[in-house]
Write a protein that binds this ligand. Structure first.
Ligand code: HEC
Ligand code: HEC
Length: 369
């Protein structure tokens, strides 16, 4: 009896030490169990936590696959167009100064291509916010007849028949392979890594948050003060310098900035709320040096055109923002009351140029693989 007990004890110790043995950190781990490697996002500055979907965590393999897909013309009906053909890195991921993009079959769209960076913090995508996530958005440009014109199930079939993609999908999404879901997930992962925060403004703000104009040129400093002055630019309620993206992630993420008397439906499409009619995404003011023309329909070729709009071109419509309407004369049919001198406008542009991140357009991490 005693003997059996001590034998059992011995067996227990041996089994325990075997378990310990197999947990040694330098033990090679079975590659099938290991799975893809977590991707570490280097968030610039003190920015808030990114909204990454828990079901689609970033991995090195997923991001690399997403990048290959982003640049692959195979994902269009006639093999002539990739995402990157309307979102060029050299142009802040917009479309080479074009007002409207041209689709794979030569059709011309109705919206200005959007810049792609700092996409992790938006609550809606596209100019009218109709897509809630990057993962859900991908299907639209791929399938649209006036864009890439390829049904996503046909894209999946093409990828399955390719010599390289099956292996790359297996690595990024073990045991899942190529599907509509993993295709969307991989692309979204790459988009989420395109970050831009390396600018003269960020350096000035980090060096002296209470007085960011300390090391600015006189024109940049005047421009900054005009930008935040309610009697001059009055830009900051919507494009807040305290929001790292210079777009607003709170109640003015979508706004009506007085472009048209009869606006396009805009954000109403996403919410079904009449108060959102004619509202569009408040874009980031980062990298404007690369992303002309401006606004959802690319109507303004230059930043001076944009400043002239806010000064003397604003037009009344029912959902116009209170911050815009306050610069109009209610007693005179909502005529705009100009408030900026030519010098103010030039200074604001000088300040906006501080938001240029030239590493965005050269960083090999975002370039064609
Ligand atoms: C034919 C040109 C064209 C192609 C090809 C294209 N896009 Fe776009 N992209 C646009 C336009 C135009 C918009 C704005 C559309 C709108 O608001 O209705 C846009 C908007 C976006 C946005 C929204 C950004 C934001 O801040 O809300 C993302 C993300 C995007 N595209 C990613 C992609 C991806 C990924 C692909 C490839 C699957 C792709 N695009 C292919 C022209 C294109
Ligand atoms: C009421 C909110 C609001 C105010 C105030 C405001 N903007 Fe905007 N801004 C927007 C919205 C919304 C858009 C996009 C509108 C559209 O395309 O339909 C926009 C677009 C822009 C664009 C075009 C960016 C691009 O990528 O196309 C620039 C540049 C800009 N604003 C600069 C300014 C400046 C400078 C000021 C101050 C003089 C200012 N904004 C004041 C909301 C605002």
């Amino acid at each position: 009896m005693k003997m059996r007990k001590s034998l059992l004890l011995l067996a227990g110790i041996v089994a325990f030490s075997l378990v310990l043995e197999s947990c040694k950190p330098d033990e090679p781990v079975d590659p099938i169990v290991q799975g893809p490697t977590a991707f570490v996002l280097n968030i610039p500055g003190n920015w808030p936590k990114p909204n990454i979907l828990p079901e689609n965590p970033l991995t090195v393999e997923g991001v690399a696959l997403g990048k290959k897909l982003f640049y692959d013309k195979m994902l269009s009906g006639n093999g002539t167009q990739a995402c990157a053909d309307c979102h060029h890195q050299s142009d802040g991921f917009t479309d080479l100064g074009k007002q409207f993009s041209v689709g794979s079959k030569g059709d011309i769209g109705t919206k200005n291509s959007m810049p792609l960076f700092n996409l992790n913090w938006a609550s809606g995508y596209f100019w009218n916010g109709r897509q809630p996530t990057l993962e859900s958005l991908i299907k639209e440009p791929m399938e649209a007849h006036i864009e890439m014109n390829l049904k996503i199930e046909d894209a999946v079939a093409k990828l399955k028949a390719d010599p390289d993609y099956p292996n790359l999908f297996d690595k990024a999404f073990p045991n899942q392979g190529i599907s509509e879901l993993t295709l969307r997930y991989a692309m979204a992962q790459f988009l989420r890594t395109i970050l831009s925060g390396n600018t003269a403004w960020d350096k000035a703000f980090q060096a002296s948050p209470a007085n960011p104009t300390r090391d600015m040129t006189p024109a940049q400093a005047r421009g900054y003060f005009a930008f935040i002055d309610e009697n001059k630019g009055d830009c900051f309620h919507c494009h807040s310098p305290l929001n790292p993206f210079f777009g607003n992630s709170n109640e003015r993420e979508f706004a009506n900035n007085g472009l048209d008397a009869m606006p396009d439906s805009g954000f109403f499409v996403a919410t079904g709320n009449m108060n959102d009619f004619g509202k569009f995404k408040t874009p980031s003011l980062r990298n404007l040096a690369f992303t002309a023309p401006y606004m959802h329909d690319g109507r303004f070729a230059t930043l001076m055109d944009v400043l002239n709009h806010y000064d003397s071109g604003i037009t009344y419509s029912p959902t116009i923002d209170p911050v815009i309407i306050k610069h109009m004369d209610a007693n005179d049919n909502f005529k705009p009351v100009p408030r900026m001198t030519q010098q103010d406008k030039e200074d604001i542009i000088e300040f906006l140029m501080m938001l240029t991140d030239s590493t965005l357009i050269t960083n090999p991490a975002f370039s064609k693989p």
